[in-house]
Write a protein of this length. Structure first.
Length: 73
């Protein structure tokens, strides 16, 4: 099952429901990262896994090129 939820405000019916919780490119934008992590943990079944990917990118393509963060084809 897949669900898109607000991990900062996890309802009781979402508790311990998932084997895997994934957060992609969101951690740096959250006002309360502690609530985000608590919510992710709350949603996990016992023994479940948490995966987070957060990319250190700039706002413009030019800045990303200067940092070497753009793929070259």
């Amino acid at each position: 099952m897949f669900a898109e939820v607000d991990a900062c405000n996890v309802s009781e019916d979402m508790a311990e429901k998932y084997d895997l919780v994934m957060l992609f490119d969101v951690f740096h934008d959250v006002a309360y990262p502690d609530k985000l992590l608590q919510g992710a943990r709350k949603m996990l079944k016992p023994g479940g896994r948490y995966l987070m990917v957060d990319v250190d990118m700039m706002s413009t393509l030019r800045e990303n090129k200067e940092k070497g963060l753009c793929l070259k084809f």
